[in-house]
Design a protein around this ligand. Structure first.
Ligand code: PLP
Length: 390
């Protein structure tokens, strides 16, 4: 933790020009950067299981909505945005003014951290955890406090509070990225009851639909100091279309609303509304993802690879060797896997892709792992490839 605080305070002290050249922090930016690395492999045939995307894409009804709206693309139309907020609010039993629509959840995540942290009000997050909020905190000159997950890979909310009694934002990613693990409701409630005045809980539910975690929208309904983030990028397969929601008390939403002013793309909000109205989509996609994830877990267990059981579309494998080396070796096979967190340097994050993606992942991973790290044998295997790319 002290190292983290020091490094982020150092970063925060940089000039604004330097801040804009800071490391990339969102899933989208990190994946793009990795995929642009020089490589011998064929970019068109790449297996992309590195950014927690959903290979199913938008559902068929959402695609039809987008196509049908193209001729209307010359118009500003905020009614469609209001309709999305109203639809979500009605489904969840909320008032529409408790829902703000954004182009994905990265924006409200960033804005919430800007609004509720300060040099004396820390951003408190889990380790390993999703990194995007740390950048916003650094830009604000706020301390960043990273607290290791518990032994069961939940957020250690008691330790988070103890580490930052002056915290401004307590970020709970439930389920967590990258581990795909959940945090018990009691732990969230305890933190909410004990947190310092004026602070908020930012509960990121990007992956909630894949899991059995308890949603936190009832805390919003009860007017607590809570902002919940939802996105259409994951289960709904709209990462490239861009739509997300911030759900909270109107006074909290107003504070984060100051930072953004862009009207929403009409295709994005209309496709999101269609997705919400699509019968059975959550259960269907949750099952598709869980089946592929569990098949992969069975294969990993049968081959004695260590992994953290996850409830979402991503999971961590402990490779027992430097994770960056495994990522690079997998890229040689044209299989792009997710990244490494400093607190777990031998682990890599894998996204659940299609059945074909997971088969190709298994083939490449076995070859990479069956050669000793850095050995000539491994280099030879990598040169010859897995055969799947030709
Ligand atoms: N929150 C978490 C935990 C994520 O993993 C991501 C993306 O992967 C996001 C938020 C942001 O997603 P988007 O901006 O596409 O909604």
């Amino acid at each position: 933790m002290p190292v983290t605080r020091r490094s982020f305070l150092r970063t925060a002290a940089l000039s604004s020009a330097a801040v804009s050249a800071m490391p990339l922090f969102t899933e989208a930016q990190l994946a793009q950067a990795q995929r642009r690395m020089p490589r011998k492999a064929d970019p068109a045939g790449a297996i992309r299981i590195d950014a927690n995307e959903n290979p199913l894409g938008p559902c068929a009804a959402a695609c039809s909505t987008i196509s049908a709206l193209i001729p209307e693309g010359g118009r500003y139309d905020s009614d469609l945005t209001d309709k999305l907020a109203a639809t979500f609010a009605a489904q969840e039993g909320l008032k529409p003014e408790y829902v703000s629509v954004y182009a994905g959840s990265s924006e409200p995540l960033h804005y919430t951290v800007l609004a509720f942290t300060a040099p004396g009000r820390a951003y408190v997050t889990a380790d390993p955890g999703y990194e995007a909020g740390m950048r916003a905190a650094a830009m604000n000159g706020a301390p960043v406090v990273k607290v290791p997950l518990t032994a069961t890979h939940a957020h250690d909310t008691a330790a988070m509070l103890a580490a930052a009694p002056e915290g401004g934002v307590f970020y709970i990613c439930n389920p967590n990225n990258p581990t795909g693990t959940t945090t018990p409701r009691e732990a969230i409630e305890r933190l909410l009851a004990q947190k310092p005045a004026g602070s908020i809980l930012l509960i990121d539910e990007a992956y909630i639909h894949f899991s059995d975690a308890t949603p936190s929208l009832d805390l919003v309904k009860a007017d607590k100091d809570v902002i919940v983030l939802r996105t259409f990028s994951k289960l709904y397969g709209m990462a490239g279309v861009r739509c997300g929601l911030a759900i909270g008390r109107p006074d909290l939403l107003l504070k984060i609303g100051y930072y953004g002013m862009n009207p929403m793309p009409i295709m994005a909000v209309a496709a999101a509304t269609t997705s919400l109205e699509e019968p059975g989509i959550i259960a269907q996609r949750k099952t598709i993802n869980a089946d592929l994830r569990n098949q992969t877990f069975e294969w990993l267990a049968a081959n004695n690879y260590k992994f953290i059981p996850s409830e979402t579309n991503c999971f961590m494998i402990d490779t027992g060797r430097p994770g960056h080396e495994v990522m690079a070796a997998m890229a040689e096979h044209n299989v792009y896997i997710g990244r490494v967190w400093p607190i777990m340097p031998t682990s890599v994050r894998i996204t659940v892709g299609t059945a074909k993606d997971m088969a190709e992942f298994q083939s490449a991973f076995k070859q990479v792992m069956s050669a000793p790290p850095g050995s000539p044998a491994r280099a030879a295997v990598l040169r010859n490839g897995s055969g799947m790319l030709s």
